[in-house]
Design a protein around this ligand. Structure first.
Ligand SMILES: NC(=O)c1ccc[n+]([C@@H]2O[C@H](COP(=O)([O-])OP(=O)(O)OC[C@H]3O[C@@H](n4cnc5c(N)ncnc54)[C@H](OP(=O)(O)O)[C@@H]3O)[C@@H](O)[C@H]2O)c1
Length: 347
């Protein structure tokens, strides 16, 4: 069975990455891909990596025909205003923006600085990390894909918070991110002479993805997460270094067991912790183009601090790959379909 699928906002980075995956998915026929800036142009002119993979042309969103499922790859605050139009076009929707990620409408005002246009729909969308919400994904028609920084951080810390093992107000997270996280629209900061070689602290506090972390890691308790983001000289990939403080005197072998119990059967999570070699901990460059999240840790011998290190490709496990994994679950396919390939080495 092939599902007819369309992508809105397909000229962008996440839309292009999703198209790269969907074109080779055995159960998908890509119906239409939209762009307002490039309507009528061949897709490969904008996504040159797709030359000879597709002869699709971009349509305008006004030309969309009904299909089985719509992926929304629009900037924040666009989907929520057009959601009724989109719902008329397809019975199932996966939104990659932040528009339906948060369950508490007040959090949108706090973190995004605006009132949400459709608070009545927030609970219809399942939050998009498959490892946490697999069961709900199998039953829903609406999924809101998670933020990339949030995905790496939540997956890294979930086993510890779920088992109530860490102090609730002392978690400090530093994420280093590549430039593709900012999308394909250039600005002063992304101009090459300004962006190359940077280690730029761009959001030391109040990063919007903190709201998702609090939502998914609180388990009904009040907690604080202290999150900072730094732009570094990389195109794809992100590395989250998470400092948590353990409530109990756990040893590394106990922590191994906690992570193995949580993720031992997960197809896209790998525990990376080697005692020798140069790749002892997660390294984003080995994940480029893949749907893996690599997680490692090290306990501080002199304190109760545990450092959890988590890496993903922001456009894959942090966006298109995660969305396709969710798509597979939503539609009853093996969740690995179209995603089972390793990264490149060397790269
Ligand atoms: N980049 C990441 O690492 C990442 C990871 C996870 C989630 N996300 C989320 O995924 C969504 C898409 O991100 P992206 O990185 O693919 O962004 P992007 O590269 O900027 O692409 C967004 C696309 O949306 C279209 N668009 C339609 N209306 C627009 C408007 N009013 N203003 C600007 N663009 C408009 C644009 O295409 P046309 O002008 O051709 O129509 C544009 O190519 C965002 O909500 C983002 O937060 C991004």
């Amino acid at each position: 069975m092939k599902l007819k699928v369309s992508i809105i906002g397909a000229s962008g980075y996440t839309g292009g990455e999703l198209l790269r995956l969907l074109l080779f998915h055995p159960n998908v026929e890509v119906n239409q891909v939209t762009s307002e800036s490039y309507t009528g142009k061949f897709v490969y002119k904008i996504h040159p990596n797709l030359r000879k993979s597709t002869m699709l042309k971009f349509s305008s969103a006004n030309e969309l025909q009904p299909c089985d499922l719509l992926f929304l790859c629009l900037p924040h605050n666009r989907s929520q205003n057009k959601i009724d139009e989109f719902k008329k076009l397809a019975p199932k929707i996966i939104d990659l923006s932040a528009d339906f990620r948060l369950k508490d409408v007040n959090e949108y005002e706090k973190w995004y600085g605006h009132k949400h246009a459709r608070p009545d729909l927030l609970n219809d969308f399942v939050y998009g990390i498959p490892e946490l919400h697999r069961t709900e994904m199998k039953k829903t028609n609406y999924i809101s894909s998670a933020g990339c920084n949030a995905t790496a951080t939540i997956l890294g810390l979930y086993p510890l918070y779920k088992n109530n093992l860490v102090e609730l107000d002392r978690t400090v997270i530093e994420v280093k991110v590549g430039s593709s996280e900012g999308g394909n629209k250039g600005n002063e900061g992304s101009h090459h002479p300004e962006r190359a070689n940077v280690v730029r602290s761009y959001q030391p506090t109040q990063h919007r993805h903190t709201a998702e972390m609090l939502q998914e890691l609180s388990f009904g308790q009040k907690l604080a997460i202290h999150f900072s983001a730094t732009a570094i000289d990389m195109v794809r990939g992100l590395l989250a270094t998470c400092h948590v403080f353990l409530k109990n005197d756990l040893q590394e072998k106990d922590i191994w067991k906690i992570y193995r119990d949580a993720y031992g059967n997960e197809p896209f999570i790998r525990i990376v912790k080697e005692s020798e070699g140069i790749y002892r901990y997660p390294e984003p460059k080995l994940l480029i183009g893949t749907n893996y999240c690599d997680i490692g840790f090290k306990k501080d011998e002199f304190s109760n601090r545990l450092v959890v290190i988590s890496a993903i490709d922001n456009l894959m496990k942090g966006a298109a790959g995660q969305a396709l994994q969710a798509f597979n679950l939503m539609n009853g396919f093996d969740e690995r379909t179209g995603l089972e390939f390793p990264g490149l080495h060397p790269i």
